[in-house]
Design a protein around this ligand. Structure first.
Ligand code: TXA
Ligand code: MG
Length: 306
């Protein structure tokens, strides 16, 4: 079934049952080298899924859970290989959504749940997105309304004991650094062996071509197009806080107030809408400011344009 979380909708199954987990991979057409996150309702339940609870993990869990943070820790022996893709670590989080927390509290097992989209595509932030995309493989969608954060969780692992960001997401890097009192290593790219998240450089991607750039770069691009008489009727612009002063088929402002949180909330819905607009061939996307959730937005735009 699909479940709501504060980040994106997940496609959930019993995370300790290999057959149930296998059905998630099938439904998403997801390669089995890409491990899943286990969702549990309490820190006690999370601790049963790992063999270590480092001080910094405890500190982050205490301050950020329930919330958009996934901790990657050594896995307990009963966590299936399929969940971890054979790694000796497992991704764990307590999501912040009342329906899903209530559901998790009723179960005596964690829920494995990747984002409820076909592998590589934009994550769903409403129940309707799930229904649109995985109509045949999800019998039940728990509709918890639109996701309040709108981008996936931040993933933190502890390779060699050093807190390391493996995916930029719904918990701002600045918050993690404030909590731990030191800068964090950010290691969000892996080309061959994705021992981490949507670490593949092309991921979270719409089907249409996406060209990400600064406002100036996008304006230059449009001016160059106009100069050669190319028509902009097939181009859409996804801009941060104000429209580009150039004619294009359609523009989508992510946050008129210039809020990175509001922009994150709108990002995936906007990409989907533009992706399904038959007029559009190319989506121009303006970088968000590189702070707070702006970093997660830019990470997704980078991968969408790869
Ligand atoms: O916000 C979220 O995290 C959402 C909601 C549903 O909780 N889930 C989500 O799951 O984004 P998914 O599977 O789409 O992305 C999780 C990423 C995967 O790309 C995977 O590679 C990474 O987490 N991951 C899981 N276990 C890992 C591990 N042991 N080591 C490194 N990365 C891991
Ligand atoms: Mg995903």
């Amino acid at each position: 079934m699909a479940i709501p979380t504060e980040t994106v909708y997940g496609l959930a199954a019993n995370g300790l049952d290999t057959h149930a987990v296998a059905r998630i991979f099938e439904a998403k057409n997801r390669p089995t080298f890409d491990p899943l996150i286990l969702h549990a309702p309490t820190v006690t339940a999370v601790q049963q899924l790992t063999t270590q609870w480092p001080t910094e993990a405890a500190l982050l869990a205490e301050a950020c859970w329930p919330g958009p943070l996934t901790l990657v820790l050594p896995r307990a022996a009963h966590v299936p290989d399929l969940v971890t893709a054979g790694l000796d670590t497992v991704g764990l989080r307590i999501p912040q959504h009342p329906l899903t927390l209530a559901l998790l509290a009723l179960l005596d097992f964690p829920l494995a749940a990747p984002s409820a989209n076909p592998f590589g595509y934009v994550s769903p932030t409403t129940a309707q997105h799930v229904a649109d995309q995985l109509p045949d493989c999800v019998e039940y969608i728990l509709d918890g309304g639109p996701c309040t954060i709108g981008v996936e969780s931040t993933i933190v692992g502890f390779p060699n004991g050093e807190a390391t960001v493996l995916r930029l997401g719904g918990t701002p890097l600045e918050k993690l650094e404030r909590l731990l009192g030191h800068p964090l290593r950010v290691h969000t790219h892996s080309t061959s062996r994705p021992n981490a998240p949507g670490m593949l450089s092309s991921h979270y991607a719409p089907r249409k071509r996406v060209l990400a750039g600064t406002r100036e770069e996008l304006l230059n691009f449009l001016q160059a197009q106009a100069a050669i008489g190319a028509h902009s009727a097939e181009i859409a612009a996804l801009v941060f806080s104000s429209e580009l002063p150039m004619p294009v088929a359609t523009q989508w402002v992510l946050s008129a107030d210039g809020s990175v949180n509001e922009a994150a909330y709108h990002l995936f819905g906007a990409l989907r809408t533009l992706d399904s607009d038959p007029r559009i061939q190319l989506i121009l996307a303006e970088w968000a400011p590189e702070h707070g959730l702006g970093r997660a937005i830019n990470d997704r735009l980078r991968r969408a344009s790869a």
